[in-house]
Design a protein around this ligand. Sequence first.
Ligand code: FNR
Ligand code: LAC
Length: 387
Amino acid sequence: MTSGSNSGDICNGIFRDGLLGKTPPYPTNIHDLEALAKEQLPPELYAYVADGAGNNTTLRDDRRAFGRWKIIPRMMRDITTRDHSIELFNDHLKAPILLAPIACQDAVHPEGEVAVARAAAAVGVPMVLSTVSGKSMEEVGDTPRWFQLYWPKDNAVTKSFLQRAEDAGYSALVVTIDTKSTGWRESDIAHAYLPHLRQKGIGNFLSDPVIRAALDEAPEDNFRAACAHIFAVHRDLTQEWDDLAFLRDNTNLPIVLKGILHPDDAREAVAQGMDGIIVSTHGGRQVDGSIAALDALPPIVEAVGDKMPVLFDSGIRHGADIMKAIALGARAVLLGRPYIWGLAVGGEDGVRQVLEFLLADYDINMAQSGLTTTAQLGPDILRRADE
Ligand code: FNR
Ligand code: LAC
């Protein structure tokens, strides 16, 4: 995204098309896009994606936390040449954005994660593939990508997942540590619905050689027994900090712990030799009433110092949100629900529009604030509204 950047091209193209009576194919505003997805998805699936835990308190607080920070734009600077790229582990990112791991994309669209990977590749944003993906990690195409691990109970399965991810070309491992079990999600309870119990999101399990070897009959012949086995091995409630040595010993990939909200847990991640962390409330889906992710970020950044990159998700909707999270010390952010709304309404094209528009929004908001590189974002560009 350099020299005037592609945000200019996108806008010029859109306004030129407008002269011919054409507008963007999908809603531009993310809330309008969600409303359209809500019309199109079955109610229980919409609720699974949209809602959080309990009374949705943290889901709302994650967004409110952004409202408390205001950008103070600076004027009269040369903004002709912009480059928002960053280096992160082994990857060069054109903007400080990745796609958050989201389960069961095959429930939302038949092409699921494969459509998302194509859109991510087209736009140049890496995706983090969930363990709970409809397609197997080998089927998800040739795009920069990281693998998210829900750490299974069976070490042989864990080792197999780690090896497969490395062999398939994933460049980092995200280990999600805030979801030993699923939060109390009232709408899922009310609908008695979880997509992974409806044959969605199990591509990595059904294709795993260790899992298949443990079954008396192939999943194709006895699907019920295969699912029972998968649910018996797929999570482990006992894991503690010292157990991370097992992952360290069994992968060459950088390990990023996802779901940290306390500075002491961030310090523990450093002590365990991890390579990075993601500050996240899991989109308000785990502990209702927990601290908002953005409020948790500054003390964690202070605790970690320059020992490892701190990434951020939970509530990113616009370019301004990216600016605020990075200014408060995140190295990069992960985009969650918005790209799933794009997938729901337009498959690959829908995701591509969401990503292109978000990158353009970020670039333009940066430029209008007088900023031409991501590195220029710091606390000095922000003021708390309540101060
Ligand atoms: C998630 N998230 C998630 N995280 C993870 O590590 N593995 C997973 O499989 C999933 N699955 C998942 C499904 C759905 C439907 C949602 C909404 C979220 C959490 C995700 O990576 C991210 O932390 C949140 O989506 C961030 O919140 P926002 O920005 O989407 O509100
Ligand atoms: C969720 C799990 C799969 O949030 O991470 O639904």
